[in-house]
Design a protein around this ligand. Structure first.
Ligand code: SF4
Length: 191
């Protein structure tokens, strides 16, 4: 049987507690019943990555009825091995905050207020603006010290990645920026 580190710790903990209590004559049934009422029971478990800094600590998230009900460090994660700093541990509050923005906001040119728009409209607007910026600011050649080079790039678009983006997503993100001809590519953790 192949056991992950997390499963091993759970198993050892459960077995150890069961042995020591029954050995001393305790009735463990009420304890078992109480553990079955655990608040993460029937919650769906997901892994995620903390977005606050470049360490990229791994997290386990429990979601029930579409709501994050528990968040803890992932003991199987190579970076944090189950630990989270205060910022990472407080991310539970971020996800459940009533001040969290969940809808795109748009402020029209000249307007003094933001209005909620749907995601399709927001993506459409961003795509159109990127296309316009790229076409209006395309640099095909550059002359340095009297020599002209083909450069094919735009300096009008910059990409900023975040710590929650994993390696594979970073790869795609970089590919997309290069394909668009954008040379300014940065990471939030370096800013
Ligand atoms: S838990 Fe703390 S150390 Fe880890 S990525 Fe988040 S902010 Fe950084």
């Amino acid at each position: 049987m192949k056991l992950s580190r997390r499963s091993f710790i759970k198993l050892v903990g459960a077995t150890g507690a069961g042995l020591s209590l029954t050995q001393w004559g305790f009735n463990v049934q009420p304890i078992e019943a109480a553990s079955n009422e655990c608040r993460i029971q029937r919650a769906k478990e997901y892994t995620s990555i903390c977005n606050f800094c470049s360490c990229g600590c791994g997290m386990i998230c429990h979601v029930k009825d579409g709501k994050l009900i528990n968040l803890e460090g992932d003991p199987d994660h190579i970076i944090n091995e189950g630990a989270l700093c205060s910022k990472g541990a407080s991310q539970w509050e971020v996800a459940n905050s009533d001040q969290r923005g969940v809808t795109p906001l748009y402020r029209a040119p000249g307007s003094d207020h933001w209005e909620e728009i749907d995601w399709d409209t927001a993506v459409e607007k961003i795509a159109q603006k990127m296309k316009d910026a790229r076409e209006e600011n395309w640099i095909s050649e550059e002359t340095v010290d009297g020599k002209t080079y083909k450069v094919n790039r735009t300096d009008a678009i910059g990409f900023l990645g975040g710590a929650q983006i994993n390696n594979e997503e970073c790869y795609l993100f970089t590919k997309m920026s290069r394909a668009l001809g954008a040379s300014f590519l940065e990471h939030q953790a370096r800013v």
